[in-house]
Write a new protein. Structure first.
Length: 541
């Protein structure tokens, strides 16, 4: 049979549309396309060979229904939400109950159980939900949330306030969960890795201002507060007036905090030009511009995580405003000792933490450090490159004359001893060439393009015996193998928190609140690992 041309098919379908519309309205006349019967008359057993029309159940969405819901059967016996509820029932939550004003025998509305709110937030983070409004919405229709709340509605303000309102209690809760995990032999403190990751702040780069603009905005906020105090001013309502006063007051507090944080930023800068260009955010003054792992710079915080190598559990967490890691190792060990009552036997950290000062301190605390000094040496090479020093005039090209205590440069000029400086973990001996020799040298632009008028300087470093022993240890195959395993252990919790829990940007503002959200995420991570390693085993048997 010849195929019908496409143009004829389109025209025929267009002509049939009114007939299709009549079918939808109840006109059950026969409708054929290419000889196939699509619909027949509404009367069953009609004359001819036409089959009876199918009886279809109508869909009526404009109705209300009464339903019986067995809340206990909303989730299965093996659902993770039951594990979370079970674990929180074992813990001492008395610190969360201390501030509750509603008591038995006194008039007042009952308060939601802290155990319920804790379980809600842990389960929400485990599902990658960090919005209080979204958690509140899920309580209306999602079975696991409904099972936790017993089908009750929870306001998002209550959830939001609870998340950031119990800093000390949350810290104790994290510590108590660690004690439970340690009792189950999931935390051993034999080997601990230390690593940091940058998580974006709520503030944007456009909110960063210099001192002059911040002071101008602070003056404007003070004027607005003064104007609000005028009794002749008319307001739409008392509630609106209070809300505006509160908003302007909070704005003024943030601007005052911005000026305080600006001084801290300036203190970290070296040159006067950098100090003058220092900026902070007006909406989140404690955030800092940091380099991100995915590239670029943005307002962020440096989240420091200590992970036990036995089962990759988190045994310490802190949030820093500094983008570098070299000052975070010693406080991390102190936190672990405070929370678990013991120091780790061995700490594995990357080059960002490994410097001579940390090597000496870890040795003094009898904690073995596995790390790499390669990053420090790379920074030294990079500094020479920025100064324009050619490869053939690097320090290794200078000849050391021990008997005369001097250096000889590749051009034959002498660098005489000038003095020494004591640094953590080493002593630096300084040698300098005569300025006249450098200025007259044909290799001046290759050797010391920026310091010829002062003469080329060289530093000979004599390291502390403990640092020398550390270098020798890191040359062994055993130490190298341990260091190679560092990335798998240290970076796994960071990847889980970002990818599984969805915490790539904090929901709250300010260092104290950000630290609490980081604690919620790490607490959730540990409980998820407990569910995987212990709780699920009872159902596998």
């Amino acid at each position: 049979m010849p195929t019908e041309p496409m143009a004829n098919t389109v025209a025929r379908v267009a002509e049939s549309r009114p007939e299709q519309e009549r079918l939808l309205e109840g006109d059950w006349n026969e409708f054929r396309v290419e000889g196939a019967v699509l619909a027949a008359g509404p009367e069953t057993g009609s004359a001819g060979n036409q089959p009876p029309a199918p009886r279809l159940k109508p869909i009526n969405r404009a109705q209300l229904q009464w339903r019986v819901v067995d809340v206990e059967k909303l989730v299965s016996a093996t659902h993770p939400v039951r594990a979370i509820w079970e674990l929180t029932g074992r813990l001492d939550l008395s610190r969360f109950y201390a501030g509750i004003g509603a008591v038995e025998g006194v008039a007042g509305q009952a308060t939601l159980q802290p155990r319920l709110l804790i379980s809600l937030w842990i389960y929400a983070y485990s599902q990658g939900i960090s919005s209080a409004r979204e958690v509140s919405r899920r309580c209306d229709y999602q079975p696991a949330f409904q099972w936790l709340t017993g089908m009750e509605k929870i306001n998002h303000h209550t959830l939001s306030d609870f998340r950031v309102g119990h800093g000390a209690a949350l810290d104790e809760l994290f510590q108590e969960v660690l004690a439970v995990l340690s009792a189950m032999d999931l935390v051993r403190m034999k080997r601990v890795t230390q690593d940091g990751t940058k998580i974006r702040a709520q503030a944007s780069r456009e909110t960063f201002r210099r001192e002059g603009k911040i002071r101008a905005h602070l003056e404007l906020a003070a004027q607005q507060i003064a104007a609000m105090g005028d009794p002749r001013e008319e307001e739409a309502s008392r509630r609106v007036k209070k809300a505006r006063e509160r908003a302007v007051g909070e704005r003024k507090q943030k601007l005052e905090l911005a000026l305080e944080q600006l001084e801290q930023v300036r203190a970290s800068k070296k040159s006067g030009e950098e100090k003058a260009a220092a900026r902070v955010s007006e909406t989140e003054p404690e955030a800092r511009i940091m380099p991100l792992s995915e590239g670029g710079f943005a307002p962020a915080y440096n989240v420091q995580i200590s992970a036990d190598a036995a089962e990759d559990l988190i045994v310490g967490v802190e949030v820093s405003q500094c983008s570098g890691d070299h000052r975070e190792l010693i406080p991390a060990v102190e936190r672990m000792e405070a929370k678990l009552g013991q120091k780790p036997e061995q700490v594995v950290a990357d080059g960002g933490y490994t410097n001579r000062e940390n090597i000496l301190e870890m040795h003094a605390q009898q904690v073995e450090l596995i790390g790499s000094l390669g990053e420090e040496e790379a920074r030294s090479r990079s500094q020479l490159q920025r100064r324009g020093v050619s490869e053939e005039f690097r320090p290794s090209a200078f000849g050391w004359e021990e008997a005369a205590n001097r250096y000889c440069c590749p051009a034959g000029k002498i660098l005489s001893y000038e003095g020494k400086k004591e640094q953590p973990g080493c002593t630096q001996f300084l040698y300098r060439a005569k300025p006249a020799d450098c200025l007259a040298c044909v290799h001046c632009q290759q050797c010391c393009p920026q310091s010829a008028t002062h003469g080329r300087m060289l530093v000979r470093t004599v390291e502390h015996p403990v640092v020398v022993q550390f270098r020798e240890k890191m040359e062994t195959e055993q130490a190298k193998q341990i260091y190679r395993e560092r990335a798998r252990i240290a970076e796994f919790p960071h990847a889980w928190i970002k990818d599984k829990l969805g915490l790539r940007r904090f929901r709250v503002r300010g260092l104290a609140k950000v630290r609490m959200e980081a604690l919620w995420a790490c607490l959730t991570y540990n409980i998820q690992q407990w569910i995987r390693l212990r709780w699920k085993l009872q159902w596998a048997q």
